[in-house]
Design a protein around this ligand. Sequence first.
Ligand SMILES: [Zn+2]
Length: 304
Amino acid sequence: MVTASSSSAARRKTENNQLHLLVAASPTINAVRRFFYGSALALALAGCAENQITGRSQLLLVSESQAISQSAVAYNEMMGDFGKKKEIETGTARAAKVHEITNRLVAQAVRFRPDSANWKWEVQVINDPKTVNAFCMAGGKMAIYTGMWEKVHATDDEIAEVMGHEISHALLNHTQERMSVALSSQVGLAAAAIVLAPRDRTGLALTGAAAAAALAIQLPNSRESESEADQVGIELAARAGYDPAAAVTLWDKMGKLGGQPPEFLSTHPSPEHRSARLKELGGKLQPVYLTAKNTPPPAQQYLK
Ligand SMILES: [Zn+2]
């Protein structure tokens, strides 16, 4: 159904998923990342499984159901913490729009991966205007930070591209993959506790797989994962009626924000390459987008 998928899938103000392009990682997180990826190499042969959508081999040390249940635990803890600090935005036009856009994307995600209709999809807007970020955990638990509007001035189409990309990471089991990397080391999880409980904030009471789930959204994806999420995400958005050209304008805008490139950029496609590829994919998807825009597909209510 997803025709563009040719080949086959602390202050908690860290960059996540595809949005790490601009935010410089803290030294602690960089150290954690280096450690985890060293561990992942050692364990690469121990728990590999072939992804049913992409055919790519993934390190999976936790089951999908475990990834989903523990992500929900971590998400609820995180949102409870944001809620206590009154940082969850509700009742605004922006929050309503995020719900509408995300629900339309989820309706397409469910067509792409029917079992995800049973996920307890949820999205929250985090009122943190300095943070340019969004994520989707295993099982469809999502958040987007208000820096996407305040700093990037993202349009609705661009928000759809962000969320489409994040949803794709979950659909393609990337969160499960990164949780496995985190769980591959108890020492790594101890370091995770430092990241998750920064001195100036209330710490999260998470251990084991739930801590790994929270950490997973702070760890970088591989180049392959990013490429897969770009491809599936832009198509989900087009099928939901959002302009694929927005994927390119989004990257251009983010590129102009400045800031230090993160250390893992070396394992990611260069911004120029990524922009060119999104442009090519977007061109192919223009007819899909125009059809969906002119005749919006029905979107059942999936969000909690
Ligand atoms: Zn990503």
